[in-house]
Design a protein around this ligand. Sequence first.
Ligand code: PLP
Length: 369
Amino acid sequence: MRKINFIDLQAQYRAYENEIDSAIKNVCKEARFIMGPQVLELEKKLEQFTGSPNAITCSSGTDALLLALMACDVGSGDEVITTPFTFIATAEVISFLGAIPVFVDIDETAYNIDPTKIEEKITERTKAIIPVSLYGQPADMDEINILAEKHNIYVIEDACQSFGSEYKGNKSCNISTLSCTSFFPSKPLGCYGDGGAIFTTDNEMAEKIRSLRVHGQTKRYHHKYIGLNGRLDTIQAAILNVKMDHFEDEISKRHKIAAKYSEKLKNLDGLVVPFVKEDRTSVFAQFSVRVKDRETVVAKLKEAGIPTAIHYPKPLHLQEAYADLGYKKGDFPISEIVSEEILSLPMSPFLSDEDQDYIIETMKSFYNA
Ligand SMILES: *Cc1c(COP(=O)(O)O)cnc(C)c1O
């Protein structure tokens, strides 16, 4: 039986093996493991790529979100608006700081926060909005930025899945004052462990975040803020520097693979392929379709050697950890229905033509097509 990887990180390593090995070896030889020159080199590359004036690498996507909220002085009693249809990290950091996540349902076409439902949730305590650019497609940033400006609140794009995508000609990570991405191995740009970055168009904010990342210090052993240890390892930066050089090429492969999936699966009755709005692109961190009777489809695909994943099976307002927020089933109906039908298929720039054809044919056979 065919054995297909959900995300083929081994094939990616084989493709860049020599470059990656030598980059890691250099770090070992130089022994500047913390904030070595490769970290600065990566930050410059990230700035160049996104067009953002400030890229600040850090220890994970979660810490990127935490640092961004800390930079906005989000704390006890503050409210932060976000989507319930995301990975828990988006909301977790809000709660971690003693603030309250206030959920707003998603738009049924692209699965991102519905901007028309945000304003009614804004109160005097609202400090920020965190739209998530889910599956790699930027959220409706213009509408959100306008609302935020009107009410004087911050916008932090959770771009953990969308690094490399575009919105009206600008790169994700450079379409709001603050933005956060993740270099978790399976993200579009992944390292070999945990990593992340914060982007900001505000130079003062950037300085504060750089300080918060290293225990709030302004110079060694002089601490202006209460911060944390949130740096990116030099070894991870060195690996990312290699991967950045191949990233444009990987993005076009992602587009090609996603276009083929969509083209071949779009007419199957009862299956919904991803919808990307006209003024933006997706990097397809996930290629997620909607199916009826998901359990059966998952089981049949598994039988055929095709792994799948569910992003995400339970919206945040229904999670046990958030029981005390007092939400109930029915509060965010679109998030709820999508979470019951969504299904991610194998997706990576290294998915071979043959494997993709096999996945498509297998899917079609369930629909007698
Ligand atoms: C992956 C992810 C995060 C967290 O990133 P880590 O690097 O794993 O901490 C946050 N938000 C979203 C939407 C993600 O997909």
